[in-house]
Design a protein around this ligand. Sequence first.
Ligand code: MF3
Ligand code: CO
Ligand code: CO
Length: 290
Amino acid sequence: MDETDLRHVNADGITIHAPEDFEGMRRAGRLAAETLDMIAEHVRPGVTTGELDRIIHDFITAHGAIPATLGYRGYPKSCCISVNHVVCHGIPGAGIPMGRGETISKSLEKRRRDDTLKEGDILNIDVTVILDGWYGDTSRMYVAGKPSRQAEKLIRVTHDALMIGIEQVRPGATFGDIGAAIQDYVESQRMSVVRDFCGHGIGRVFHAPPNVLHYGRPGTGPVLEEGMFFTIEPMVNLGRPDTKILADDWTAVTRDRSLSAQFEHTVGVTAEGAENFTESPAGRFHPLAR
Ligand code: MF3
Ligand code: CO
Ligand code: CO
């Protein structure tokens, strides 16, 4: 049997990759993680999200890769930056949606402030690169200045929820095992898991089957097999899980305008468990000292 025979789509519609495909994912994942390492020192009060996006764009292209979000379904920028109560898909340079305490009346909640980060803002930066045809997708949280106690706890719980999800990954486990482990942990911390967005298969395409849910029941859903590539990217809210999408058709916010956090890794299933393609080479994935 030649190598190409090892690559196929299984009965659940999930691509099973060949051993040599891992090397392409390693390179793409490493560049995405290096991009997030690189941007860390630029995140501080006074910088704009538009400036961060430009730095990220230039770094990715200087390394011979393409920012996958640029032009994806009409998305206009090279990363997503989601500040405070923005759950995901915040558009850099498009104005930061006003949060709790920032509006004078309910009727003004559609207003946005300018793109400048303020002391205490928490933000997710989500980067996907295409390198030699392979996609690497990762996001992590940053803080401009010093976070509130509540924000710090949210960030820690969300990070740990992702890691607990990755611990479930091995051939024979189910996607429901991943979702259940994440949900159980987050709810034990009296926070909520967003239901409206999920992780996804990835590889030579950005978004492929399956939907990787961050909630569920053990033993349900497709069975994991060696050679699957997918993301796990839980979004966790301090308040209710409900979200809504703003008039730009991208920016997702918590309905109750409570703070939201997210971390994302791209992983591959190996014989032993998971290979994390987007681990931080600098060891900086978790933004807060413990
Ligand atoms: N990187 C995001 C994910 O984790 C997708 C962003 S698509 C965009 O799947 F168009 F909003 F950029
Ligand atoms: Co993703
Ligand atoms: Co992403």
